[in-house]
Design a binder for this molecule. Sequence first.
Ligand code: GDP
Ligand code: MG
Length: 195
Amino acid sequence: LSFILIGDSTVGKTCFLLRYFKNQFSEVFLSTIGIDKEIKHVKVGNDTYKLTLWDTAGQERFKCLPKKYYQNADGVLLLFDVTNEETFNNVTNWMKDVKENSNKEGKQSDIALYLIGNKIDKSDERVISKELAETQAKSLGMKYFEVSCKINLNVTEVMARMIMECHMKANHIENCFKLAPTKSSANGGEKKKGC
Ligand code: GDP
Ligand code: MG
């Protein structure tokens, strides 16, 4: 499985990767050199996946990532900062890039597309409501989730859900999420009886 992190500079992409793989958080802005990635093996039921999560090299500052960054992605995690309106306004531009550049064996419909509002720990500074973000996600054909990399809220759950969604597609399992709501579905196999 190959997942990519995209979105404006400073929205928290590198922190998301750090939180998921190392359970760490950094207060400083980490601009990376060269495209960076982390890999781990995850088990879902009887299947084991080699999961690669790709982080940008900081080229997103120029609003442009190389075409190859998008190719063969099974999942796209498009982050914005709920305290920064501009990062939310740019979501449509990022989705344009996804549509133009990504293809999974020629089929875009196989890609899991998640819009992620980060930094929800900063509730006093919040400018983008959950409702607005949900509406935007829906109009772009994405699912919406809220996280905080800082206080470790929902990061693992979002990743688990994306992994499960890809697992279900690979195994032609449908409608699992309709039967079992978000959290239990994302737990990795235990609740698959409903399908
Ligand atoms: P990137 O450019 O998208 O990779 O952003 P970074 O991961 O480097 O994060 C940019 C800044 O946002 C850093 O100062 C982080 O400490 C901060 N940051 C990231 N996630 C959170 C979060 O969930 N809450 C808060 N309060 N700050 C965050
Ligand atoms: Mg970064």
